[in-house]
Design a protein around this ligand. Structure first.
Ligand SMILES: NC(=O)c1ccc[n+]([C@@H]2O[C@H](COP(=O)([O-])OP(=O)(O)OC[C@H]3O[C@@H](n4cnc5c(N)ncnc54)[C@H](OP(=O)(O)O)[C@@H]3O)[C@@H](O)[C@H]2O)c1
Length: 292
């Protein structure tokens, strides 16, 4: 089984490179400077030359706030990039694994009543910011390709891993010189840990799964609760001051309710990790690897 990884220097791409190296898998990886997924010819030529069995697309435009003003760029990568990849995969018999986000849903608090266990894969998309819309546009490319192509679309939330930047690493860094940190308490969801995401994606691939799946952890928490647990486990004395979203204004609107249901992966034999267990494991990794 030969893998090709795009966006290999990002948070998730780096985790894939590390894991496939450990597994001694046959893979090639391309960072953004070597493969630009918005370049149709480059994508076509590379996939035709390499003929990977599986393309793992970790390339994405991910700056949620900047996407409000760089909307065209966000769509170029998150929609047209995906189109280039699925077309090239289709022509070469490769399977495309693509990642999307909880931000494709409205995230309205009232949705918690409709979906107490989290949004199912089948819930209607309704985006509230440009990044979410660009990611949904990428999903639609796959849905429109339908069964003419082989794809696995995995939605994740609050992505947290040892590489790149994320909330966990930001909290740890800030706690080094702050006694108190204000964190929003009225936006809830669950983190997806990159090590767990790679494990579960490999398991879905082994089972021959295609279509859309949600991969996240068990348990619904707020960002403030997440920060409190980060400081508790890491032994930091920094205190969390829970604040409402109105006191933390961002360029792009954020969803209040961001939980993804894990029911479908469970029905496919995969047990979601509890968010506290996932966090403990990530903090151990960060300590062991001393990743900045
Ligand atoms: N981070 C989260 O909390 C979160 C939550 C939900 C879903 N997701 C999704 O999870 C996936 C992985 O996210 P991540 O956190 O690993 O993102 P990331 O750290 O920002 O990595 C994205 C990578 O894509 C590369 N890239 C950007 N434009 C490209 C292009 N035109 N061609 C090739 N590569 C390009 C970037 O390279 P440069 O740095 O050189 O631009 C970067 O290395 C994405 O699909 C994202 O939408 C993330």
């Amino acid at each position: 089984m030969k893998f090709l990884i795009t966006g290999a220097n990002g948070q998730l791409g780096s985790e894939w490179v590390s894991r496939l190296t450990d597994l001694r898998s046959d893979f090639i990886s391309y960072s953004s400077d070597r493969l630009d997924i918005t370049d149709r010819t480059q994508v076509q030529e590379l996939i035709t030359a390499e003929k990977p069995d599986i393309v793992i697309n970790c390339a994405a435009y991910t700056n949620v706030d900047r996407a409000e003003t760089e909307t065209e760029k966000a769509f170029l990568v998150n929609e047209h990039g995906v189109r280039n990849l699925i077309n090239a995969c289709k022509e070469n018999g490769s399977k495309l694994v693509h990642f999307s986000t909880d931000y494709v849903f409205a995230g309205d608090v009232t949705d918690r009543v409709r979906f107490p266990e989290g949004y199912p894969e089948s819930a209607n998309s309704d985006t509230i910011n440009a990044y979410g819309s660009s990611k949904r546009a990428g999903e639609l490319i796959l849905e429109e390709a339908g069964r003419d192509a082989d794809w696995l679309l995995i939605r994740v939330s609050w992505l947290s891993g040892r590489y790149g930047s994320n909330f966990v690493k930001t909290m740890l860094r800030m706690s080094q010189d702050k006694k108190e940190i204000s964190v929003v308490m009225d936006q809830t969801g669950s983190p997806t840990f990159t090590f767990d995401l790679v494990d579960k994606t490999l398991a879905l691939l082994e089972k021959g799964c295609s279509g859309t799946f949600h991969i996240t952890s068990k348990g619904e928490i707020s960002w403030a609760q997440f920060a409190e647990e980060i400081f508790k486990i890491s032994g930091s004395e920094t205190k969390v001051v829970p604040i409402p979203s109105e006191q933390y204004v961002t360029t792009a609107k954020r969803p209040s309710f961001s939980l993804l249901s894990t029911d479908k992966i469970q029905k496919n034999g995969l047990e979601p990790i509890h968010w506290k267990a996932g966090l403990e494991q990530l903090l151990k990794q960060l300590k062991a690897f001393r990743v900045e």
